[in-house]
Design a protein around this ligand. Sequence first.
Ligand SMILES: Cc1ncc(COP(=O)(O)O)c(CN[C@@H]2CONC2=O)c1O
Length: 420
Amino acid sequence: PYPLDVEAVRADFPILQRKVGGDVTAPGEGEGDTKPLVYLDNAATSHTPDQVVDTIADYYRSYNSNVHRGIHQLSQEASTAYEHAHDRVAEFIGAEGREEVVFTKNTTEAENLVAYAWGLNELGPEDNVVLTEMEHHASLVTWQQIGKKTGADVRFIRVDDDGRLDMDHARDLVDDDTAMANVVHVSNTLGTVNPVAELADLVHDHDGLVFVDGAQSVPHMPVDVQAIDADFFAFSGHKMCGPTGIGVLYGKQHLLEEMQPYLYGGEMIRTVTYEDSEWEDLPWKFEAGTPVIAQGIALHAAIDYLEDLGMENVHAHEQLLAEYAYDRLTEYDDVNIYGPPGDDRAGLVAFNVDGVHAHDLSSILNDHGVAVRAGDHCTQPLHDKLDIAASARASFYVYNTREEIDELVEAVDDARQLFA
Ligand SMILES: Cc1ncc(COP(=O)(O)O)c(CN[C@@H]2CONC2=O)c1O
Protein backbone atom coordinates (compact mmCIF):
# COMPACT_ATOMS: atom_id res chain seq x y z
CA PRO A 1 0.00 0.00 0.00
CA TYR A 2 1.08 3.62 -0.52
CA PRO A 3 2.94 4.85 2.63
CA LEU A 4 0.53 7.72 3.39
CA ASP A 5 -3.17 8.46 2.86
CA VAL A 6 -2.29 11.85 1.38
CA GLU A 7 -5.89 12.96 0.87
CA ALA A 8 -6.60 12.34 4.56
CA VAL A 9 -3.45 14.27 5.48
CA ARG A 10 -4.42 17.17 3.22
CA ALA A 11 -7.75 17.47 5.03
CA ASP A 12 -5.78 18.45 8.16
CA PHE A 13 -4.28 21.50 6.39
CA PRO A 14 -7.00 24.02 5.40
CA ILE A 15 -4.34 26.31 3.92
CA LEU A 16 -3.98 23.83 1.06
CA GLN A 17 -7.44 24.91 -0.16
CA ARG A 18 -6.08 28.41 -0.75
CA LYS A 19 -6.38 29.95 -4.21
CA VAL A 20 -3.48 32.15 -5.34
CA GLY A 21 -2.16 33.92 -8.44
CA GLY A 22 -4.15 37.15 -8.22
CA ASP A 23 -2.74 40.47 -6.99
CA VAL A 24 -1.23 40.23 -3.53
CA THR A 25 -3.77 41.80 -1.20
CA ALA A 26 -4.11 41.56 2.55
CA PRO A 27 -3.41 38.08 3.99
CA GLY A 28 -5.91 35.48 2.83
CA GLU A 29 -7.73 34.96 -0.41
CA GLY A 30 -8.43 38.05 -2.50
CA GLU A 31 -10.19 38.52 -5.81
CA GLY A 32 -8.22 37.21 -8.73
CA ASP A 33 -6.82 34.40 -6.59
CA THR A 34 -8.02 31.63 -8.87
CA LYS A 35 -5.21 29.08 -9.02
CA PRO A 36 -5.19 26.18 -6.51
CA LEU A 37 -2.09 26.51 -4.30
CA VAL A 38 0.66 24.00 -5.07
CA TYR A 39 2.95 24.44 -2.06
CA LEU A 40 6.43 23.08 -2.73
CA ASP A 41 8.50 25.24 -0.33
CA ASN A 42 8.55 22.88 2.66
CA ALA A 43 12.31 23.02 3.19
CA ALA A 44 11.76 26.71 4.04
CA THR A 45 8.81 26.04 6.30
CA SER A 46 6.08 23.43 6.50
CA HIS A 47 2.37 24.03 7.03
CA THR A 48 0.62 23.48 10.36
CA PRO A 49 -2.17 20.90 10.75
CA ASP A 50 -5.41 21.69 12.59
CA GLN A 51 -4.29 19.40 15.41
CA VAL A 52 -1.32 21.69 16.12
CA VAL A 53 -3.23 24.94 15.61
CA ASP A 54 -5.95 23.66 17.99
CA THR A 55 -3.27 22.81 20.58
CA ILE A 56 -1.98 26.38 20.49
CA ALA A 57 -5.50 27.84 20.67
CA ASP A 58 -6.40 25.50 23.53
CA TYR A 59 -3.31 26.54 25.49
CA TYR A 60 -4.13 30.25 25.20
CA ARG A 61 -7.81 29.67 25.84
CA SER A 62 -7.61 27.41 28.83
CA TYR A 63 -4.28 27.16 30.61
CA ASN A 64 -2.03 30.01 29.50
CA SER A 65 0.37 30.84 32.31
CA ASN A 66 4.03 31.42 33.01
CA VAL A 67 5.97 28.26 33.78
CA HIS A 68 8.40 26.87 36.29
CA ARG A 69 6.20 26.09 39.16
CA GLY A 70 4.11 29.07 40.05
CA ILE A 71 1.88 27.83 42.88
CA HIS A 72 -1.45 28.43 41.19
CA GLN A 73 -3.10 25.70 39.11
CA LEU A 74 -2.76 27.30 35.69
CA SER A 75 0.97 27.61 36.20
CA GLN A 76 1.15 23.98 37.28
CA GLU A 77 -0.75 22.90 34.16
CA ALA A 78 1.37 25.02 31.83
CA SER A 79 4.61 23.90 33.51
CA THR A 80 3.64 20.24 33.25
CA ALA A 81 2.76 20.56 29.57
CA TYR A 82 5.95 22.48 28.82
CA GLU A 83 8.12 19.94 30.66
CA HIS A 84 6.36 16.98 29.01
CA ALA A 85 7.08 18.58 25.63
CA HIS A 86 10.78 18.21 26.43
CA ASP A 87 10.20 14.54 27.32
CA ARG A 88 8.35 13.97 24.05
CA VAL A 89 11.15 15.51 22.00
CA ALA A 90 13.72 13.38 23.85
CA GLU A 91 11.73 10.24 23.02
CA PHE A 92 11.27 11.30 19.38
CA ILE A 93 15.00 11.77 18.67
CA GLY A 94 16.34 9.02 20.95
CA ALA A 95 17.84 11.27 23.64
CA GLU A 96 18.32 9.99 27.21
CA GLY A 97 15.78 12.45 28.61
CA ARG A 98 14.66 16.08 28.98
CA GLU A 99 18.07 17.04 30.43
CA GLU A 100 19.48 16.71 26.90
CA VAL A 101 16.77 18.76 25.18
CA VAL A 102 17.06 22.57 25.22
CA PHE A 103 14.26 24.57 23.58
CA THR A 104 15.54 27.44 21.43
CA LYS A 105 13.90 29.77 18.93
CA ASN A 106 15.18 27.78 15.92
CA THR A 107 18.13 25.82 14.54
CA THR A 108 20.14 29.00 14.08
CA GLU A 109 19.91 29.85 17.77
CA ALA A 110 20.89 26.27 18.70
CA GLU A 111 24.07 26.61 16.63
CA ASN A 112 24.83 29.97 18.28
CA LEU A 113 24.17 28.59 21.75
CA VAL A 114 26.92 25.97 21.33
CA ALA A 115 29.19 28.45 19.54
CA TYR A 116 29.02 30.92 22.45
CA ALA A 117 28.60 28.56 25.41
CA TRP A 118 31.16 25.99 24.23
CA GLY A 119 33.10 27.37 21.22
CA LEU A 120 34.28 30.65 22.69
CA ASN A 121 35.50 28.90 25.85
CA GLU A 122 37.01 25.77 24.33
CA LEU A 123 38.53 26.83 21.00
CA GLY A 124 41.96 28.36 20.44
CA PRO A 125 44.51 28.92 17.64
CA GLU A 126 45.81 25.36 17.94
CA ASP A 127 42.34 23.90 17.22
CA ASN A 128 40.48 23.40 13.97
CA VAL A 129 36.75 23.20 13.27
CA VAL A 130 35.65 21.11 10.29
CA LEU A 131 32.55 22.08 8.29
CA THR A 132 31.33 20.96 4.89
CA GLU A 133 30.99 23.02 1.71
CA MET A 134 27.23 22.39 1.78
CA GLU A 135 26.58 23.86 5.25
CA HIS A 136 23.64 26.22 5.74
CA HIS A 137 24.59 29.74 6.90
CA ALA A 138 23.17 28.85 10.35
CA SER A 139 26.28 26.77 11.01
CA LEU A 140 28.68 28.06 8.34
CA VAL A 141 28.59 31.73 9.33
CA THR A 142 28.38 30.94 13.04
CA TRP A 143 31.48 28.73 13.16
CA GLN A 144 33.34 30.86 10.61
CA GLN A 145 32.95 33.85 12.97
CA ILE A 146 33.83 31.79 16.06
CA GLY A 147 36.97 30.76 14.20
CA LYS A 148 37.84 34.45 13.73
CA LYS A 149 37.21 35.23 17.39
CA THR A 150 39.21 32.29 18.74
CA GLY A 151 41.88 31.83 16.10
CA ALA A 152 40.70 28.29 15.40
CA ASP A 153 41.23 27.14 11.81
CA VAL A 154 37.93 26.55 9.95
CA ARG A 155 38.10 23.88 7.22
CA PHE A 156 35.54 22.68 4.68
CA ILE A 157 35.08 19.11 3.51
CA ARG A 158 34.74 19.11 -0.27
CA VAL A 159 31.50 18.30 -2.03
CA ASP A 160 32.12 16.26 -5.17
CA ASP A 161 30.50 16.73 -8.58
CA ASP A 162 27.36 14.73 -7.82
CA GLY A 163 26.75 16.61 -4.59
CA ARG A 164 28.08 14.04 -2.14
CA LEU A 165 30.66 14.63 0.60
CA ASP A 166 34.22 13.66 -0.36
CA MET A 167 34.91 11.31 2.55
CA ASP A 168 38.56 10.87 1.51
CA HIS A 169 38.92 14.64 1.93
CA ALA A 170 37.14 14.37 5.29
CA ARG A 171 39.73 11.83 6.43
CA ASP A 172 42.50 14.23 5.32
CA LEU A 173 40.99 17.24 7.13
CA VAL A 174 40.04 15.66 10.46
CA ASP A 175 43.09 15.31 12.72
CA ASP A 176 44.00 15.33 16.40
CA ASP A 177 43.53 19.13 16.48
CA THR A 178 39.91 18.86 15.27
CA ALA A 179 37.87 20.12 18.21
CA MET A 180 34.53 19.93 16.43
CA ALA A 181 32.96 18.94 13.13
CA ASN A 182 29.73 20.59 12.05
CA VAL A 183 27.87 18.67 9.39
CA VAL A 184 24.46 19.09 7.87
CA HIS A 185 22.51 15.83 7.98
CA VAL A 186 20.49 16.60 4.84
CA SER A 187 21.51 19.44 2.54
CA ASN A 188 18.66 21.93 2.01
CA THR A 189 20.06 22.71 -1.44
CA LEU A 190 21.39 19.40 -2.79
CA GLY A 191 19.11 16.93 -1.04
CA THR A 192 22.22 14.96 -0.15
CA VAL A 193 21.88 12.72 2.91
CA ASN A 194 25.29 12.79 4.59
CA PRO A 195 26.89 9.78 6.36
CA VAL A 196 26.79 11.53 9.75
CA ALA A 197 27.36 8.35 11.81
CA GLU A 198 30.48 7.56 9.77
CA LEU A 199 31.68 11.15 10.19
CA ALA A 200 31.00 10.98 13.94
CA ASP A 201 33.15 7.82 14.15
CA LEU A 202 35.98 9.54 12.28
CA VAL A 203 35.88 12.68 14.46
CA HIS A 204 35.50 10.73 17.70
CA ASP A 205 38.59 8.69 16.77
CA HIS A 206 40.41 12.03 17.01
CA ASP A 207 38.62 13.03 20.26
CA GLY A 208 36.64 15.75 18.52
CA LEU A 209 32.94 16.58 19.00
CA VAL A 210 30.26 16.37 16.29
CA PHE A 211 27.40 18.82 15.85
CA VAL A 212 24.77 17.63 13.35
CA ASP A 213 22.40 20.14 11.76
CA GLY A 214 19.20 18.12 11.50
CA ALA A 215 16.86 20.86 10.28
CA GLN A 216 16.13 18.90 7.07
CA SER A 217 16.33 15.39 8.50
CA VAL A 218 14.25 15.28 11.71
CA PRO A 219 11.04 16.43 9.92
CA HIS A 220 11.48 13.91 7.13
CA MET A 221 12.93 10.62 8.39
CA PRO A 222 13.47 8.62 11.58
CA VAL A 223 16.42 10.09 13.50
CA ASP A 224 18.19 8.53 16.48
CA VAL A 225 20.82 10.88 17.88
CA GLN A 226 22.42 8.11 19.96
CA ALA A 227 22.71 5.78 16.95
CA ILE A 228 24.48 8.64 15.13
CA ASP A 229 26.39 9.33 18.35
CA ALA A 230 26.06 13.09 17.78
CA ASP A 231 27.34 15.25 20.60
CA PHE A 232 25.04 18.09 19.57
CA PHE A 233 22.06 18.00 17.22
CA ALA A 234 19.72 20.84 16.18
CA PHE A 235 16.42 21.24 14.34
CA SER A 236 13.39 23.58 14.04
CA GLY A 237 9.73 23.00 14.82
CA HIS A 238 8.41 25.11 11.92
CA LYS A 239 9.80 22.63 9.40
CA MET A 240 7.93 19.71 10.93
CA CYS A 241 4.28 20.79 11.24
CA GLY A 242 5.07 22.95 14.29
CA PRO A 243 4.88 26.74 14.70
CA THR A 244 7.77 29.15 14.20
CA GLY A 245 9.62 30.20 17.37
CA ILE A 246 10.58 26.74 18.58
CA GLY A 247 13.79 24.86 17.87
CA VAL A 248 15.72 22.21 19.72
CA LEU A 249 19.32 21.79 20.73
CA TYR A 250 20.11 18.21 21.71
CA GLY A 251 23.36 17.86 23.67
CA LYS A 252 24.95 14.93 25.50
CA GLN A 253 24.22 15.54 29.17
CA HIS A 254 27.85 15.59 30.33
CA LEU A 255 28.65 18.27 27.74
CA LEU A 256 25.70 20.47 28.68
CA GLU A 257 26.59 20.04 32.37
CA GLU A 258 30.14 21.29 31.69
CA MET A 259 29.00 24.26 29.57
CA GLN A 260 28.32 27.67 31.07
CA PRO A 261 25.11 29.41 29.97
CA TYR A 262 25.45 32.37 27.62
CA LEU A 263 22.03 33.90 28.24
CA TYR A 264 21.48 34.97 31.85
CA GLY A 265 18.35 35.98 33.73
CA GLY A 266 15.31 34.45 35.41
CA GLU A 267 14.28 30.76 35.18
CA MET A 268 17.89 29.67 34.49
CA ILE A 269 19.05 30.33 38.08
CA ARG A 270 18.62 28.35 41.30
CA THR A 271 19.97 30.99 43.74
CA VAL A 272 21.04 34.60 43.24
CA THR A 273 22.87 36.89 45.65
CA TYR A 274 24.38 40.29 44.96
CA GLU A 275 27.71 38.54 44.64
CA ASP A 276 26.97 35.57 42.42
CA SER A 277 24.40 33.06 41.14
CA GLU A 278 23.94 29.32 40.87
CA TRP A 279 22.39 27.76 37.79
CA GLU A 280 19.24 25.67 37.47
CA ASP A 281 19.40 22.00 36.46
CA LEU A 282 19.37 20.96 32.81
CA PRO A 283 17.81 21.84 30.48
CA TRP A 284 16.48 24.97 32.24
CA LYS A 285 20.02 26.33 32.68
CA PHE A 286 19.96 27.15 28.97
CA GLU A 287 16.41 28.52 28.84
CA ALA A 288 16.68 32.06 30.24
CA GLY A 289 13.59 34.21 30.72
CA THR A 290 10.01 33.30 29.87
CA PRO A 291 10.40 30.42 27.41
CA VAL A 292 8.55 29.56 24.21
CA ILE A 293 5.70 27.91 26.11
CA ALA A 294 2.89 27.61 23.54
CA GLN A 295 5.37 26.76 20.81
CA GLY A 296 6.99 24.02 22.89
CA ILE A 297 3.60 22.47 23.68
CA ALA A 298 2.71 22.75 19.98
CA LEU A 299 5.94 20.95 19.02
CA HIS A 300 4.73 18.08 21.19
CA ALA A 301 1.49 18.00 19.17
CA ALA A 302 3.46 18.18 15.89
CA ILE A 303 5.54 15.17 16.93
CA ASP A 304 2.37 13.27 17.83
CA TYR A 305 0.94 14.15 14.42
CA LEU A 306 4.03 12.94 12.54
CA GLU A 307 4.38 9.78 14.62
CA ASP A 308 0.74 8.94 13.89
CA LEU A 309 1.72 8.99 10.20
CA GLY A 310 4.95 7.09 10.98
CA MET A 311 8.34 8.62 10.16
CA GLU A 312 9.23 5.63 7.96
CA ASN A 313 6.07 6.32 5.94
CA VAL A 314 6.86 10.04 5.75
CA HIS A 315 10.34 9.20 4.47
CA ALA A 316 9.08 6.64 1.95
CA HIS A 317 6.43 9.05 0.64
CA GLU A 318 9.02 11.82 0.13
CA GLN A 319 11.49 9.50 -1.57
CA LEU A 320 8.81 8.54 -4.10
CA LEU A 321 8.07 12.22 -4.75
CA ALA A 322 11.76 13.14 -5.01
CA GLU A 323 12.41 10.37 -7.53
CA TYR A 324 9.33 11.30 -9.55
CA ALA A 325 10.25 15.01 -9.59
CA TYR A 326 13.86 14.20 -10.54
CA ASP A 327 12.76 11.90 -13.37
CA ARG A 328 10.20 14.34 -14.72
CA LEU A 329 12.46 17.41 -14.60
CA THR A 330 15.37 15.60 -16.23
CA GLU A 331 13.15 14.94 -19.25
CA TYR A 332 14.29 18.43 -20.35
CA ASP A 333 17.94 18.73 -21.35
CA ASP A 334 17.95 22.45 -20.49
CA VAL A 335 16.98 21.74 -16.86
CA ASN A 336 19.98 21.33 -14.55
CA ILE A 337 19.38 19.60 -11.21
CA TYR A 338 21.98 19.93 -8.42
CA GLY A 339 22.83 17.03 -6.13
CA PRO A 340 22.65 13.22 -6.27
CA PRO A 341 20.32 11.16 -8.48
CA GLY A 342 16.59 10.96 -7.71
CA ASP A 343 16.85 7.62 -5.91
CA ASP A 344 19.53 8.81 -3.50
CA ARG A 345 18.30 12.13 -2.13
CA ALA A 346 15.88 13.63 0.37
CA GLY A 347 12.56 15.18 -0.65
CA LEU A 348 13.83 18.29 -2.43
CA VAL A 349 15.13 19.26 -5.86
CA ALA A 350 17.09 22.44 -6.60
CA PHE A 351 17.44 23.24 -10.28
CA ASN A 352 17.84 25.87 -12.98
CA VAL A 353 16.52 26.19 -16.53
CA ASP A 354 19.12 27.36 -19.04
CA GLY A 355 18.58 31.01 -19.90
CA VAL A 356 16.00 31.59 -17.17
CA HIS A 357 17.00 33.28 -13.91
CA ALA A 358 15.68 31.39 -10.89
CA HIS A 359 13.74 34.45 -9.74
CA ASP A 360 11.98 34.76 -13.11
CA LEU A 361 11.30 31.04 -13.04
CA SER A 362 9.75 31.13 -9.56
CA SER A 363 7.69 34.15 -10.55
CA ILE A 364 6.20 32.28 -13.49
CA LEU A 365 5.63 29.27 -11.27
CA ASN A 366 3.80 31.55 -8.85
CA ASP A 367 1.54 32.66 -11.69
CA HIS A 368 0.63 28.99 -12.00
CA GLY A 369 -0.05 28.78 -8.27
CA VAL A 370 3.17 26.81 -7.67
CA ALA A 371 5.22 27.97 -4.64
CA VAL A 372 8.94 27.18 -4.77
CA ARG A 373 11.96 28.95 -3.28
CA ALA A 374 14.40 30.89 -5.49
CA GLY A 375 17.74 32.17 -4.28
CA ASP A 376 20.75 30.69 -2.55
CA HIS A 377 18.77 28.92 0.22
CA CYS A 378 21.25 30.30 2.78
CA THR A 379 24.04 28.33 1.11
CA GLN A 380 25.78 31.14 -0.81
CA PRO A 381 29.29 29.59 -0.80
CA LEU A 382 27.82 26.39 -2.25
CA HIS A 383 26.17 28.38 -5.05
CA ASP A 384 29.49 30.09 -5.74
CA LYS A 385 31.14 26.68 -5.91
CA LEU A 386 28.42 25.51 -8.34
CA ASP A 387 29.05 28.74 -10.27
CA ILE A 388 25.38 29.77 -10.13
CA ALA A 389 23.89 32.96 -8.70
CA ALA A 390 20.72 31.25 -7.54
CA SER A 391 18.56 28.18 -7.98
CA ALA A 392 14.89 27.30 -7.79
CA ARG A 393 14.03 24.65 -5.21
CA ALA A 394 10.97 22.46 -4.94
CA SER A 395 10.71 20.68 -1.59
CA PHE A 396 8.10 18.16 -0.53
CA TYR A 397 6.22 17.09 2.56
CA VAL A 398 3.47 14.79 3.76
CA TYR A 399 0.64 16.58 1.93
CA ASN A 400 2.22 16.82 -1.55
CA THR A 401 1.18 14.60 -4.46
CA ARG A 402 2.52 13.40 -7.80
CA GLU A 403 -0.17 15.49 -9.47
CA GLU A 404 1.34 18.58 -7.83
CA ILE A 405 4.71 17.64 -9.28
CA ASP A 406 3.04 17.39 -12.69
CA GLU A 407 1.76 20.95 -12.10
CA LEU A 408 5.33 22.01 -11.26
CA VAL A 409 6.73 20.44 -14.42
CA GLU A 410 3.98 21.96 -16.57
CA ALA A 411 4.80 25.41 -15.15
CA VAL A 412 8.54 24.86 -15.69
CA ASP A 413 7.85 23.83 -19.27
CA ASP A 414 5.74 26.97 -19.70
CA ALA A 415 8.68 29.07 -18.48
CA ARG A 416 11.03 27.26 -20.87
CA GLN A 417 8.80 28.11 -23.81
CA LEU A 418 8.47 31.71 -22.68
CA PHE A 419 12.20 32.30 -22.35
CA ALA A 420 13.52 29.91 -24.95
C1 LIG B 1 19.89 22.70 6.71
C2 LIG B 1 19.35 23.87 7.46
N1 LIG B 1 19.97 24.29 8.58
C3 LIG B 1 19.54 25.35 9.29
C4 LIG B 1 18.41 26.04 8.90
C5 LIG B 1 17.96 27.23 9.73
O1 LIG B 1 16.73 26.92 10.33
P1 LIG B 1 15.99 28.12 11.10
O2 LIG B 1 15.77 29.18 10.07
O3 LIG B 1 14.71 27.51 11.61
O4 LIG B 1 16.94 28.55 12.18
C6 LIG B 1 17.71 25.65 7.75
C7 LIG B 1 16.46 26.40 7.33
N2 LIG B 1 16.16 26.30 5.94
C8 LIG B 1 16.16 27.49 5.17
C9 LIG B 1 15.14 28.50 5.60
O5 LIG B 1 14.49 28.90 4.36
N3 LIG B 1 14.90 28.09 3.32
C10 LIG B 1 15.80 27.18 3.75
O6 LIG B 1 16.23 26.24 3.13
C11 LIG B 1 18.17 24.54 7.01
O7 LIG B 1 17.55 24.13 5.89
